[in-house]
Design a protein around this ligand. Structure first.
Ligand SMILES: [Zn+2]
Length: 367
């Protein structure tokens, strides 16, 4: 994973890169913070950077032999340890699932992980046999890289037997790095904490998070800003908010579409008057939101399984789809809304733009 794939955290990335550049690479570090702040992806990007043979100023190269193995998490000098249910003895029994979980979702949470390996009702652990396996694998020299890395995810799940790792953490074999990734310092045994250098991972900057939400979920800027703020910089919370919260424009959108579909033109004109008063930026957000809904209708018309909409928006999209408006007409509506947005941006008269748009939408909103 490259640093560029980690959301935000520019300041911390710079610090980590600077440390490597000046040769200050602590042999045991504890990345500490909420899952949604990006602790795990940051530790992965850091490990890849340290091992890259063609380090760039701001990131690993992504293409050298080390990077390409890191990108698919198969580098022979990259070892993983993580909690797993007691029916297994060592983490490597779950390595295949772990790699695929991480590749598809580096912001993995403990609950998601346990559900993925179908252990939701069981307690995960990093048991003593796993600790011994770690000591064994680290006693070998690195195969290919200058550094051998052990990334331990959630040392919270180490019991007191984790103390057998103390010696190797304190005096590791040459060029061995321990990267521990935890969320709750109170639950990590003190003896481990005191032997690691902390890397505190703060919440993601709101502007950075908002930008990432727009890119990854194709939501409107205003919606992304609102969600970034509500989540306080936590990407996991932001995702659940996107899935749960309803857009404040939903009711107005549904109302307007209803007026256009039933050709209640005088009411649509009245509606345009009221909407024109909400202000240019809000109006733009409203129309952008409407575009997302219409694209949702187009998508669901082709394949309902790929639609990410949920709740009442999903219901609306499905009902809209059932009206069987021909796709070319929907595309005309999309283009008209896009042109209305650009007219609003160019300071056109909002009331006239909306009234005109209402007619055009009504004309194309029929079977
Ligand atoms: Zn590289």
């Amino acid at each position: 994973m490259k640093f560029s794939e980690v959301i935000g955290q520019d300041k911390l990335k710079k610090q980590l890169i600077h440390g490597v550049t000046v040769g200050r690479i602590p042999h045991a570090q504890l990345f500490l913070g909420k899952v949604g702040n990006g602790t795990l992806p940051l530790a992965l990007a850091y490990a890849q950077y340290v091992s890259c043979t063609d380090r760039q100023l701001e990131d690993s190269c992504g293409t050298c032999s080390s990077c390409s193995k890191y990108q698919s998490l198969v580098h022979p000098d990259l070892h993983f340890s993580f909690p797993f249910p007691s029916k297994a003895e060592v983490a490597s029994e779950y390595l295949k699932e772990w790699r695929s979980a991480l590749l598809s979702n580096p912001y993995l949470s403990y609950d998601e992980w346990m559900t993925l390996i179908e252990a939701d009702n069981k307690q995960g652990n990093i048991p003593v046999k796993e600790c011994r396996a770690i000591i064994r694998s680290l006693s070998l020299k690195p195969f290919e890289s200058e550094y051998k890395v052990l990334l331990m995810w959630l040392p919270e799940y180490l019991g007191q037997e984790g103390n057998i790792l103390l010696k190797i953490i304190e005096e590791p074999p040459q060029n061995t790095l321990f990267l521990l990734v935890g969320a709750n310092a109170d639950k990590i045994i003190n003896t481990i904490i005191s032997r690691t250098q902390p890397v505190r991972v703060p919440p993601i900057g709101l502007a950075e998070l908002s930008k990432a939400l727009v890119e990854r979920f194709e939501i409107a800027d205003s919606n992304a800003n609102r969600i970034a703020q509500m989540s306080q910089g936590d990407f996991k919370i932001a995702i659940s908010l996107i899935q749960e919260t309803e857009n404040p424009y939903f009711d107005q959108w549904r109302n307007w579409m209803g007026l256009c579909y039933t050709r209640k033109i005088s009411e649509a004109v009245k509606w345009s008057d009221e909407m024109a008063a909400i202000g240019r930026e809000s109006l733009k957000s409203f129309l952008l939101y409407g575009l997302e809904i219409l694209r949702g209708v187009l998508v669901i018309g082709f394949d309902s399984s790929v639609s990410s909409w949920v709740g009442q928006e999903r219901d609306f999209i499905e009902k809209f789809n059932n009206l069987q408006i021909p796709v070319p007409q929907l595309e005309i509506i999309v283009r008209e809304i896009e042109s209305a947005i650009s007219n609003i941006e160019r300071n056109g008269n909002a009331k006239m733009i909306l009234t005109d748009l209402s007619f055009k939408v009504a004309r194309n909103l029929k079977k």
